[in-house]
Design a protein around this ligand. Sequence first.
Ligand SMILES: Nc1ncnc2c1ncn2[C@@H]1O[C@H](COP(=O)(O)OP(=O)(O)OP(=O)(O)O)[C@@H](O)[C@H]1O
Ligand SMILES: [Mg+2]
Length: 266
Amino acid sequence: MSSKQRASQTEALRFENVTLEFPGSHRPAIEDVSFQIDRGKFVAVIGPSGCGKSTLLNLAAGLLAPSSGRVYFGGEPVTAVNSEAAYVTQQANLLPWLSVRANVGLALKFRKVPKQERAERIAHWIGLVGLTGFEDHYPRELSGGMRKRCAIARALIYEPSIVLMDEPFGPLDALTRLNLQQELLHLWEEQRGTLVFVTHDLNEAIYLADEVIVMSEGPGTIRRTLPVPFERPRTIGSLVESREFSEIYNDLWGLFTSDVRSSDAA
Ligand SMILES: Nc1ncnc2c1ncn2[C@@H]1O[C@H](COP(=O)(O)OP(=O)(O)OP(=O)(O)O)[C@@H](O)[C@H]1O
Ligand SMILES: [Mg+2]
């Protein structure tokens, strides 16, 4: 087996010295970013607003091309839109003119999955995210949390090789967030695909991820990658009470506040 074949078996996403500068801007959005995410891992990316988290996902999705460096997916350079990636963008991006059923089934329709199978899979996923009974509703008739559930079902339904989620629970209240975090954990623990999850919530990163990539303030660079050693399946309630949880939280908090202190000093 060649080293390239081996790489494509273990590695999902790899950034190699990636810098991205938007045209007309005076400094890069992200600079010299290198990391590797292995298949089947749940990785959280955290960092302050504007540090380049969404830019990083856009590069992974192939929607942006690096100014220098390379992005690889499964060992192959990403040179066009990455069709193996499901992307839940920062704005709940449901199509307003389609019902819940049609939004959830969109990817299956594109992939020409037969009608009967499509209907079964849609019903299954709508059930999993707790939207049974709302199949014929339109996005405007749903609450913020329900829209997020719908977007998550739409992303996971076709079993993509990698899921990119950009602060999917950002604007939600604390209780809804907690419920959705726990649901996402259950869903992912069953599927075990690769998941890259952007958040600026330290707790959320620790609850969910196997590894946390910490980015520094713009231009975004990787400050550190921290492993989260908790066993799975996880229950958020019992994690929060553990001593290891506060230790990891304090580590992350330390990284964050040193960023704030150094920018105060500058
Ligand atoms: N299309 C664009 N054109 C020019 N500059 C951009 C563009 N998109 C993002 N930027 C700049 O790149 C930097 C990184 O933006 P990005 O959206 O990736 O940050 P972020 O970490 O996702 O922030 P947030 O947490 O607020 O969502 C910012 O300085 C932003 O102003
Ligand atoms: Mg963003």
